[in-house]
Design a binder for this molecule. Structure first.
Ligand code: PMP
Length: 387
């Protein structure tokens, strides 16, 4: 991983970002907070007019703030990234309005109609949707097949991967698979966009070192989320990026929403600085580990003869491969009618295959006493299709 500011040739970016310039207003706003500054610039409302929400947060969270995010939060995030091996300064951290926003910004940064993006197959549905919306074509890879030769052939503008507790498969890349992805990016000069929202939901020992941390020369963007470790309604995530991308990403964020919600940023900072943070994360992992184990017992009971799966060492999903290649999209309306919902696997493939016989089951949401009943119903439905 390189965080140095040594000039590198800029990877090819989308046409649209070259027309996007920093807003002069945001630059003025960056200095109006200085003591003694009389500002007739910008459109800051008078702080005296803000309602009293009865918050213990400082009033400043109700005012406009920096696009990059509140400095104390960026610092704290940079410290946490250093702890997991990703050595970057707070000036490389951009606070996001949910990590979904990172996917949108990175899409805008790189993708013109016809641009190739390397993605895992299967991968996160909402990333495929965003990249498709910008006109991407996909070059699929898997943890086992990724190679510099493949990337050299496909010439993707960047590679998007979720190496830790992947969505939808739950797979956690081994050390060898992490090294192979890093080597493919470096060997072919492809920037890596690593999406890591599940890393704190860890139930069994496994390698979780960010792949970006193993890059020496390739430019990179790494992102995380507070949705799973704290609460999704806060809509807060972050990215860290190598210097050549950072300025563009800040401008794209300015254009999108000026900055992320400052009350959420303050709430998240309190959680990150809390002395109980480690204990809370351990409790979270214990809670979900029990849930995963309960779910797997029920899966063995009902799907043992119908499907195979890898026990997820973390994250929120089981990924089932049925013994027969049923199109699970056709099962969904019937299942819903019976009161059970699941995600058909086909939706997660970049090349939209006809039938894959795969499905994604989230184990974190249903109540314990619903899990067995729901899986029994679903298995009966699948079994009926297999006859
Ligand atoms: N990336 C992946 C792989 C996800 O699974 C999700 C949410 N399910 C997101 C990004 C977006 O998460 P959020 O915007 O809540 O941070």
């Amino acid at each position: 991983m390189s965080s140095s500011s040594a000039p590198r040739q800029l990877p090819s970016l989308s046409a649209r970002v070259h027309d996007l310039h920093a807003s002069p207003i945001r630059e003025i706003l960056a200095v109006v907070g200085r003591p003694g500054m009389i500002s007739f610039a910008g459109g800051l409302p008078a702080a005296e007019t803000f309602p009293d929400f009865g918050l213990s947060a400082p009033d400043s969270v109700l005012q406009y703030g920096p696009t990059e995010g509140d400095p104390a939060l960026r610092e704290r995030i940079a410290e946490e990234l250093a702890d997991v091996g990703l050595d970057c300064g707070p000036e490389q951290v951009l606070v996001l309005s949910g990590s979904q926003q990172g996917i949108d910004l990175v899409g805008k940064l790189f993708i013109d109609p016809g641009t190739t993006v390397a993605v895992e197959s299967p991968t996160y549905l909402a990333a495929l949707q965003v990249f498709r919306f910008f006109g991407a074509r996909f070059a699929p890879f898997t943890a086992d097949t990724v190679s510099a030769a493949g990337f050299r052939d496909a010439k993707p503008a960047f590679a998007y991967a979720i190496p830790t507790f992947q969505n939808p498969t739950g797979h956690c890349y081994t050390t060898a698979q992490r090294d192979a992805l890093a080597a493919a990016c470096e060997g072919a000069g492809v920037p890596l966009f690593e999406d890591d929202p599940y890393r704190d939901l860890v139930y069994d020992a496994c390698e979780r070192r960010p792949v970006c941390a193993g890059l020496k020369d390739s430019p990179w963007i790494y992102q995380g989320s507070f949705s799973k470790s704290l609460a999704p309604g806060l809509r807060l995530g972050f990215l860290a990026a190598s210097p050549e991308f950072f300025t563009y990403l800040v401008r794209l964020k300015q254009a999108a929403d000026l900055h992320s919600n400052r009350l959420s940023q303050w709430l998240v900072l309190q959680q990150l600085e809390s002395p109980e943070r480690r204990e809370r994360l351990a409790g979270l992992a214990d809670f979900y580990r029990k849930k995963r184990d309960l779910f797997e017992l029920a899966l063995e009971r009902h799907f043992g003869a119908l499907a195979s799966w890898e026990t997820p060492a973390g994250g929120l999903f089981f990924w089932l491969t049925l013994n027969r290649r049923i199109d699970t999209r056709k099962l969904l309306p019937i299942a819903i009618e019976q009161g059970v919902a699941f995600m058909p696997g086909e939706a997660f493939y970049p090349d939209s295959p006809a039938a894959t016989g795969t499905l994604r089951l989230n184990f974190s949401h249903a109540a314990d006493d619903e899990i067995d009943r729901g899986l029994a119903q679903l298995a009966a439905l699948v079994g009926a299709q297999q006859d």
